[in-house]
Design a protein around this ligand. Sequence first.
Ligand code: NG6
Ligand code: CA
Length: 508
Amino acid sequence: YNIIAVGVLILTQLVSCSGKESKGLAESNKADDRQKPNVVIIYMDDLGYGDMSAYGATALSTPNMDKLANGGVRFTNGYATSATCTPSRYGLLTGSYPWRNKNARILPGTAPLLIGTDQLTIPKMLNSLGYHTGIVGKWHLGLGEGDVNWNEPISPGPNEVGFDYSYIMAATQDRVPTVYIENGKVANLDPNDPIQVDYKNNFPGEPTGKENPDMLKMKWHHGHNNSIVNGIPRIGYMKGGEAAKWKDEEMADHFLEKATAYVKTHKDEPFFLYYALQQPHVPRTPHPRFAGKSGLGPRGDVILEADWCIGQFVETLENEGVLDNTLIIFSSDNGPVLNDGYYDDAVEKLGDHTPAGPLRGGKYSLFEAGTRVPFFTYWNGKIEPMVSDALVSQMDILNSLSSFLGGDEMTKDGEAMMDVFMGKSSYGRQSLVLEATSRTALRKKDWLLIPPYQGPAKNMQVNIELGNYNDYQLYNLKNDIGQKNNLARSNEKKLRELKEDYERLVGE
Ligand code: NG6
Ligand code: CA
């Protein structure tokens, strides 16, 4: 009797479901939604492999980052897709190799949107799975279609490639326009003081870093001698928009406030937040609370500042009751640089600190320090603390999340490896193509191949070895993480194998 009754009940439900969307079905979807974890990507700008104490730094302490790194899966072979920002962020968000897109290189503040509005992105994929999606922080992927009027709504931008909410700086802290943009509109813009931006010509009568050194509170070393904003000379020229200009020393607090506000607003639905901090990229402008605190100069101070922000952000997740249902993924867009164009004591006060850790090179470099960066996942109660040597790329996040959450959208370059990100498997990638300023190299298991490249061995301005050499370079990273012994001549078999793989992968 009972069995028959249940049978009848199921039948009635089936009939009602097939007719129109029943209330019962809609509600059950919602229940699933509530179990979907929130996803937060915390992304640093120019933080090196050796810049966190969890990765071995001793001259500087990063307790809040460490708490996540040591409480989750800390990767020792985690890679950004490129040794500079724009291509790296492109790879992260689209799950595709940036070197496939010839425009994926460091963009000026006036560059058009680099990501196609028809392209798959992490926020778009999560959006289709019922997530609310937001970005707070550095964008640097271009805006508009080439001739942006900064006084009108700016489109396409983050909101056209999958983000429901955006609060961004357009490019970098050292590039104009030095204003925040919320959902495509310059924040706090006074219509009577319109903004003009130009990367070629100055606006008549406007001071520049080159011509007005007396007006500067930070001196430029190379580049960075165009418009002066807040006493800091920038890349590019800008006029107007006085009320909208950011205060550099308050930028960290400002982005933190927007990021925590986003969490508070969206805590009752599954959300994805891309929290892209600006530190320790130049110009390094710590809030007075952090100035002088590291003993390493402003570069160290802003790392402490970022660490504090991350602590506050995680505390907000906890206070809002969503920490245990939030997967946090942390990484950096490229490796470290000391003097990146301003005199700011980064070199002079470095002391014993080694921003690249044991790695060779730095930002812009095809050597390891360009792309191997701090990379860890944290999910309280779901991820057991461990160190993983698996080879992973930021490009793999899209496919991993998609398959984990039951999505069917995948990119060809990314790999789905949520088990690795959850610490349940240590079987990562077999190979990965790395990129630095349009040059590429191949990592395969423990081996690294750098093809011959013309060009200087070292960028003298930033004092970083770029990886250029007139012959092949082959390194065994397991025995030689510092890339001191080129084995190309002594191991011809391995060289041949990696050359073949490299040609095949970049030729695809
Ligand atoms: C370089 C800038 C450097 C930095 C970099 C972008 C000069 C001389 N150097 O062109 O200071 O802004 O671009 O950094 O202008 S990134 O992390 O956004 O890729
Ligand atoms: Ca960067």
